[in-house]
Design a protein around this ligand. Structure first.
Ligand code: GDP
Ligand code: MG
Length: 228
């Protein structure tokens, strides 16, 4: 799918261990996923979103909070991506806060920083902790991809690949370094990997509910027998 040159434009941490890269969702229905993009301003959130949807890099995007809709057919399945490209909140006391509404809405998160902006890496660290605190404290249980963008600006790099990779590993997230400006494939990989993580998380949830249902049925039957 990618040439070697393009493959060199990103680095990846794959956090799908126990499913060996295979998605466990077996239903043939259309898959609908809500993806929230967060991160400091100017890191390339909109560039990444627009790259994925249109395959193009425009350059200047303005500052709007917007939910984009994009549908695709992947592995024989219709997929609807709802992508919330958020803007970084600057109000006093609420810097970069992800709202309750956004947390409820999202099935998965893309946290973007710029490899030439250390403060944007710190924002991702804080936002990640907030997501983990609100959604689940178990590493890897919330579908998250961390993206170090602007990989084309190597001469201005202030965040090493290792730092990004380690942060992702320590919290069980996926990780890519990409250049939204230079290639489409990096953007494609980010969204497709997150889609896989969301589908795995749903499959696990379904399994857990199934087991809980069996336990409830069994205890209802035995509970009734005991009182009979
Ligand atoms: P946002 O505020 O996070 O949505 O950032 P934007 O997508 O609006 O991008 C901010 C600026 O960074 C714009 O001038 C983009 O052209 C630029 N930009 C975005 N991605 C890249 C990239 O991969 N490389 C370079 N060199 N510039 C980028
Ligand atoms: Mg933007």
């Amino acid at each position: 799918m990618c040439s070697n040159g393009e493959l060199q434009m990103f680095a990846e941490v794959n956090c799908r261990s126990h499913y060996n890269g295979k998605v466990m969702d077996t239903s043939q229905q259309k898959v609908d996923v809500n993806i929230l993009l967060v991160g400091a301003e100017n890191v390339g959130k909109t560039a990444l979103t627009v790259r994925f949807i249109t395959r193009r890099f425009i350059g200047e995007y303005g500052d709007i909070d917007w939910i984009y809709y994009h549908s695709d057919r992947i592995d024989g399945r219709d997929i609807s991506f709802n992508i919330w490209d958020s803007i970084y909140a600057r109000s006093p006391g609420a810097s970069g806060r992800i709202t309750e509404k956004q947390l409820q809405w999202a099935d998965g998160f893309i946290l973007v920083y710029s490899i030439c902006d250390r403060s944007s890496f710190n924002v991702v660290r804080q936002q990640l902790q907030h997501i983990r605190h609100c959604k689940s404290k178990i590493p890897g249980s919330v579908p998250v991809i961390i993206v170090g963008n602007k990989r084309d600006l190597q001469h201005r790099r202030t965040v090493s690949s290792e730092e990004g990779r380690l942060l992702a590993l320590s919290l069980g997230c996926g990780f890519f370094e990409i250049s939204a400006a230079e290639t489409y494939h990096g953007a494609l990989l980010v969204f497709h990997e997150l889609l896989d993580l969301i589908r795995e998380a749903r499959a696990i949830k379904k399994e857990t509910h199934g087991i809980k249902g069996i336990v409830r049925t069994v205890s209802a039957v035995f509970g009734r027998r005991r009182t009979e």
